[in-house]
Design a protein around this ligand. Sequence first.
Ligand code: NAP
Length: 652
Amino acid sequence: MPTLPGGQTAAMRFGVQPEPVTDDDDAIRAGVLDAPIPPLLASVAHLTGDRSILRDHLRPDLAKILEPDAGYTAELLDEARQLAADALIRHRDAGSPASPVLDDIALRNLVEFVTGGGIVEDTLPIYETELALDGADLRRPTWSVDPDASSRTARVAVVGAGMSGIIAAHRLQQAGVRVVILEKNADVGGTWFENTYPGCRVDIQNHFYSYSNAQTPDWPQHHSKQAVLLDYFRSCVDRFGLHDSIRFSTEVLEARWDDEASQWQVDVRGPDGGTESILVDAVVSATGQLNRPSMPDIEGIDTFAGPSFHSARWDHAVDLSGKRVAVIGTGASAVQFIPRVAEVADDLTVFQRTPPWLLPVETYEQDVPSSLRWLLTHVPQFANWDRLWIFARTQEGLLPLATVDPSWDGQGRSVSAENDMVRELLTMYYELVFPDPDLRAKVLPHYPPIAKRVVLDDGRYPMSLQRPNVHLETDAIAEVTPSGVLMADGTLVEVDVIIYGTGFRASQFLTPMRVVGRAGRDLHERWGGDARAYLGITVPEFPNLFLMYGPNTNIVINGSITYFSECQAQFIVEAVGMLFAEGADSMECRPEVHDAYNELIDAGNRERAWGVSSVNTWYRNSHGRIAQNWPFSLVRYWHETNTPDPADYILR
Ligand code: NAP
């Protein structure tokens, strides 16, 4: 893979074939040293056909995923690595033959090994889908438009060419549906195009934060930087052949359903500023939740005399070196850029309202080690099996640790004995990385872990807060003045630059677009600031409108948003197929189905730490309802979205 300065990659490779093993024994033994054991053994067994290395006592125990090395002792690690290396040495000696074809039994053996066994029969397909061996595309549409049947075609507008829009458009195009992608930016990538702040990277491991049908062994880091993610999504647009379907610098102003014509009229403003109407049979909104920056409601922010900007609109023209800088906010974005600002600014004051829980991840900013690169070159299937391993670990993930025990009295600091154990473990980390008790008292959260997004940390953020040029303010901000930030106690912190790491207007789904459904119904009036949808995808009174990353499809502690987007994209293309199959022009979610579903979601969220804690969080909308999060497992969402049920819809 060509690597550019800064770890940026030029173009990602897909469907990479294994290179023959020609190295000496020592190099092979070194090549297996950094790989997690379950995917290491599975991928080597897959490559070599030697399943004798999948010893029962080397299966992972998913109850131990939080322990170092997922609970493998040093002896077990040694044994597993030796088995893998010996098998690779035999493979080399045999001339690196092609992998034998995996029959169903062998595949199941391998899947059961990586997932720790005990697969419920009907979940095997989703494991196979995520694994996507040999580039298998098991989410491919089950139907396609018959090009000869000129009587029935479909055209769909996808709003947004970010992570979710790309996969939705790809699935529709695979089925032969004509797609026009309307992207307000001049490039693809959405959040990965817009967020260019220093230190920006993904907090989900890349082998999982990627599409199942576009896996690449080319990630330079486990949690790659923004530029690499952007390259990945550009590479996917090329691979999926979507480029010609995208209209860049084109913003959707309004979408209006015409009941008579069973079509949406989509009004857009194009690159030249002119407006135009596009007629389509369906609209897919893929505008994201973390798309519109939220500026804080602090008096006087417009009066500041110096430069100021939001983290998602980073002003790279502002040289921070030698400056006095204020950062407002300590969420996931700010924790990534504060250490970088601290390195260049003369003086940095961090204004914290609620401290985040930091989760230590040693490899967070590390390069994929050369040993793992060796493995990915010679055993590229490792990437697939590693993805399955991550999926197995996160499909339930830490959900049980966020589950509320109604009999537990955690005094607002934990929601169950298990959650309290996490609090204690994380507190130990704070004791280690914040040795000064005064500073620790300021940064240690007093709300339950997992009630807010847990922020990954490799020690860099705590170190930055302890630099002599960095100060942490935890008192309330009264106002912003022309020269700085005035605290409630009357102290004025004079600064040259203010950076707002204050998050996004996540609850305001689909804004500022106007969406008008059947009988002139306005979507934002219907929602009244409390967005709801069935499966996060369809809304009563809005026929043929499909949402990607809609209400209650965000996850807090388990899984990856790309997984949800893949489920939604599959659902949407099958829903369009259902329209064709049923000979219908439109489908509209039944209100009773929508309402019952949302009650279930609300009940589920009330059982999680984020649903009961009163801590500030972007998960809660102005009505106090958790409008963002999916409270259940990943497999459950797949079950729910696998195929649309015609009984849930009014088909016309
Ligand atoms: P955020 O988590 O919403 O954090 C916003 C921060 O600004 C919070 O500390 C908040 O304090 C503070 N704030 C907001 N209004 C304020 C005010 N009026 N006065 C003082 N402080 C104020 O936003 P974010 O950091 O941009 O992250 C949003 C989400 O994006 C994350 O949860 C994550 O899902 C995603 N993200 C992911 C990554 C990644 O993959 N690594 C990186 C960045 C973001 P309170 O906590 O008190 O509200």
